[in-house]
Write a protein that binds this ligand. Structure first.
Ligand SMILES: Cc1ncc(COP(=O)(O)O)c(C=O)c1O
Length: 387
């Protein structure tokens, strides 16, 4: 058997291997686990979106190869969504490309730009794909710390000048996974200026912009002055419309960067199933109250979780967006130790935030992608843990 490529050998196990390991461990001893680990939407895709798919799948035209950059109808729907939600004007032909979800597209952006020796600025902690693909491409990762005292926003002054000079990509994600932090428009303005000053592409992961509560709708990076000159943003239907299994989203921003991404994709995948794009259009042009109902559901669940954790004496960072909540180590544990204690003593599955980078040490991440009854059950169990 030939040896695996070096790039695979240097990659740590994907973070969710922790979940599989612990789940197996728990199942081995017959425990009923409350799964608050993975952010996998537990609610169904809305019926009108499923119906759009049902109709489209009967159309033989859907069965052919789709256009590489996505259907014109989907790209126009994406542009209209951006105009409606963020007041961003983009050209659907040159500034939008349909993707198989953010994960795929973000990986391919690295392939479009990163060569050995190039620096990629990656927040710490962060969704692992930014760092993994920087390394797959031979890039050098500079971890930009996200600290609670800075609202989990990167401090540009903490990036050395020589690193900034060699950097090609700067990843950001707001609302943020795993910290649930929000970016302000002022922060995004400063980011655009920093990127333009140092000739860096900002890659903005906007997977969670529609999951917010107790706050104004979060801004897009592309609203900032100069952002269209240096940025690309990844939007996903996974979280906003409970469509994680459908694998559909779109990337938008600077035409040259979108073109580079499109070139990699054209040579890699053959586009998103046209029927899925049809369903995505039904979501992007939706005028029902579905998104509000979804936010209301997450808000209710999150309040129950946070109130319960606080009543149990735990220190949490109360989120206003995403379906994640960071819980501070109650003392004496590593993140992994804390997660194991939750698993062993409360039979609650969490993710050690250190799995998102060293900056996550000291926290575990819980999600509210679970029914209210399960959240109540998790709280009941956690309340009895002797820390
Ligand atoms: C920050 C972040 N970006 C991207 C994704 C993946 O999005 P998609 O389903 O569109 O690939 C996730 C999934 O959990 C995520 O947390």
């Amino acid at each position: 058997m030939p040896s695996r490529a070096q790039r695979l050998l240097q990659i740590e196990d994907y973070l969710f291997s922790f979940i599989d390991e612990t789940r197996e461990l728990a199942e081995g001893v017959g425990l009923a686990i409350v799964p608050l680990g993975v952010g996998d939407c537990d609610l169904p895709t809305p019926p009108h979106v499923v119906e759009a798919m049902r109709q489209a799948v009967r159309d033989p035209l859907s069965h052919r190869y789709p256009p590489y950059a996505g259907t014109q109808v989907m790209r126009v729907a994406a542009a209209k969504f951006l105009a409606r939600r963020f007041q961003i004007t983009v050209d659907p032909d040159t500034e939008v490309v349909v993707t198989l979800g953010n994960k795929e597209a973000m990986a391919h952006l690295a392939l479009a730009y990163i060569e050995p020796g190039d620096v990629v600025l990656v927040p710490d902690p962060a969704y692992p794909v930014y760092e993994t693909w920087a390394r797959f491409c031979g890039g050098e990762v500079f971890r930009v710390p996200l600290r609670a005292e800075n609202g989990f926003l990167p401090d540009f002054d903490a990036i050395p000048r020589d690193i900034a000079a060699r950097a090609k990509l700067f990843w950001v994600c707001y609302p943020n996974n795993p910290t649930a932090a929000l970016a302000t428009a002022e922060f995004f303005d400063g980011l655009a200026q920093f990127a333009l000053d140092h000739d860096i592409i900002v890659a903005s992961d906007a997977a969670y912009t529609e999951i917010y509560y107790d706050t104004e709708p979060p801004p897009s990076f592309l609203e900032s002055p100069g952002a269209m000159d240096c940025g690309i943003e990844f939007h996903s239907l996974s979280k906003a419309y409970n469509m994680p299994g459908w694998r559909v989203g779109f990337a938008t921003g600077n035409a040259d960067v979108v073109d580079a991404l499109r070139t990699v994709k054209t040579n890699t995948d053959s586009g998103t199933f046209s029927a899925v794009q049809h369903a995505a259009v039904a979501a992007l042009t939706d005028t029902t109250s579905y998104p509000d109902q979804l936010r209301h559901t997450y808000r209710t669940r999150m309040h129950i979780l946070c109130d319960g954790l606080e009543a149990a004496g735990l220190d949490i960072l109360r989120p206003k967006a995403t379906f994640y909540c960071l819980v501070r180590n109650p003392g004496g544990y590593t993140s992994t130790g804390f997660a194991k204690k939750l698993l062993n003593d409360a039979h609650v599955l969490s993710i050690p935030a250190s799995r998102f980078g060293p900056g996550g040490e000291g926290y575990v991440r819980l999600t509210v992608c679970a029914e209210i009854e399960l959240i109540h059950e998790a709280i009941r169990r956690i309340t009895h843990v002797d820390w």
